[in-house]
Write a protein that binds this ligand. Structure first.
Ligand code: UD1
Ligand code: CA
Length: 456
């Protein structure tokens, strides 16, 4: 959207979380609540985004990174005060300003856009998103005149018994004409039950000046949930989880138990894939068609191609090819790439390695910094010794090689194409193509040997 910027308030402590961390950094799935709000603002078309930080502000800045402009509010004197802290940064801007609270993670970009459009179409100076709640306790109530026009907002702690009956509440999502807002913020006073500069008081001031206000009443109260304690945080995550899972099911993904399957919003999953319970799919993950994922699997920031099965395993920042069989109990760490028809079996850990098509590491193996060609068979108990205590070294295992069980490959080392490593070998020198390398003590059988039992 043109001429649209955003400010997100994230300076409060959130005392009811009972936490050393600011409330907005508490997570829904794998990301802080604040990140969701910022992503929605971006997707709604906000050009620049300012974030007001205060309580443990360094943590907030570190979590979000350098892409945003941070404004410090050293003392948390209220939501109106928080926006006013950005006066200098905002004074050079014109157009509209979204004001969002960092604790409304389910707010959707389309809802924000609708609010901005309503403000612009009605030529209002401000717009506010409201919703109706059966139990409005804790929220600011929307005051309307007999014609139904918004005339102000009263906070719970300042509300009369009658006002407390009002079910329509302030969701904390606003759009203001920037320069008008800055002027009005200076007129706020902290004469209220909490001794704070309430942003919500801006509405009454604007109305008293005869300026037009727009209101958007959303029927989707879940979208504007602003959790204040960990019980509400869990309820918020639960709602998002069900919504995402239902969306995926409608697109052709089977999810056996949507209550016990956690899939982050940005994840993409292809048709006819089944996600079994106890599975967490987070980050920028893409899963192909016809896969079976889970049960009890965690996949983060990875790509999984079609027809692959991943069971009881963890996959992080990896690219898994099609028709792979992974797990149970595999740990696929960052930088792993597998081509098609690869098998990575039980208790196999892989890091920064590439496995060519048709290769197998079926049991009890560690591969680190390893390039594996095609149709390689890696026997049970194979370890690449990639670390000398200071540096990491590469292992190369060429096409068609066969690594016998319980072998140590001391890197840097290359196993030639079609070569065989005898079981139990410790390989410290390159093995030529097609050669057999065996390095282990020769077996002696002592036929005359008397065991302690025999000697009794
Ligand atoms: C606020 C609204 C209320 C609304 C509710 C919706 C005000 C006065 N009240 O109440 O009408 O129904 O949200 O959830 O705005 N913050 C700062 N600096 C401060 C105070 C707060 O940055 O000095 C930030 C907080 O980090 C939080 C947001 O502003 O992200 C909202 O603050 P919070 O204390 O949760 O406001 P509510 O009491 O919920
Ligand atoms: Ca709140």
């Amino acid at each position: 959207m043109t001429n649209l910027n955003a400010i997100v308030l994230a300076a409060g402590q959130g005392t009811r979380m009972k936490s050393a961390y600011p409330k907005v950094l508490h997570k829904i799935f794998d990301r802080p609540m604040l990140q969701y709000v910022i992503d929605s603002a971006k997707q709604a078309g906000a050009g620049s985004i300012l974030v007001v930080v205060g309580f443990e502000g360094e943590q907030v800045i570190q979590s979000l990174g350098p892409d945003y402009q941070y404004i410090w509010q050293r003392e948390q004197l209220g939501t109106g005060h928080a926006v006013l802290m950005a006066e200098t940064a905002l004074s050079g801007l014109d157009g509209d300003l979204l004001v969002l609270y960092g604790d409304t993670p389910l707010l959707e970009p389309d809802t924000i856009k609708e609010l901005v459009l309503r403000k612009r179409n009605q030529k209002a100076v401000a717009a506010i998103l409201t919703t109706k709640l059966n139990n409005p306790t804790g929220y600011g109530r929307i005051l309307r005149d007999p014609q139904g026009n918004i005339k102000g907002i009263v906070e719970e702690k300042d509300a009369s018994t009658e006002e407390k009956e009002i079910k329509e509440v302030n969701t904390g999502v606003y759009c203001f004409e920037i320069q008008g807002l800055l002027k009005t913020l200076k007129l706020l006073s902290p004469r209220n039950a909490q001794g704070e500069y309430y942003l919500t008081d801006v509405f009454k001031i604007l109305v008293d000046q005869g300026l037009p206000i727009a209101g958007v009443l959303t029927g989707d109260a879940e979208q504007v949930m602003g959790p204040n304690d960990r019980v509400q945080l869990s309820a918020t995550e639960h709602n998002l989880k069900l919504k995402i899972n239902e969306g995926l099911m409608k697109q052709g993904v089977t999810i056996n138990d949507p209550n016990f399957t956690y899939i982050a919003p940005q994840v993409k999953i292809g048709r006819d894939t089944t996600v079994l319970p106890g599975t967490f799919i987070f980050g920028d993950t893409i899963i192909g068609e016809n896969c079976t994922i889970g049960p009890h699997t965690r996949i983060t920031d990875s790509v999984v191609a079609d027809n692959t099965e991943i069971t009881y395993s963890q996959v992080t920042s990896a690219r898994i090819g099609s028709n792979n069989l992974i797990g149970p109990f595999a740990n696929i760490r960052p930088g792993t790439v597998s081509d098609e028809h690869v098998k990575i079996g039980d208790f196999v850990e892989i890091k920064s390695s590439h496995l060519g098509p048709g290769s197998k590491a079926s049991h009890l193996t560690y591969l680190g910094d390893t390039r594996v060609g095609k149709n390689v068979n890696i026997g049970a108990g194979t370890i690449t010794c990639n670390y000398d205590g200071v540096n990491k070294h590469q292992t190369v295992i060429n096409d068609g090689a066969f690594i016998g069980s319980n072998s140590n490959l001391v890197a840097p080392v290359t196993i030639g194409a079609g070569a065989t490593v005898g079981a139990g070998s410790t390989i410290t020198k390159d093995v030529p193509d097609k050669a057999l390398a065996v390095s282990r003590g020769h077996q002696e059988n002592y036929n005359e040997w008397k065991s302690p039992r025999d000697r009794q």
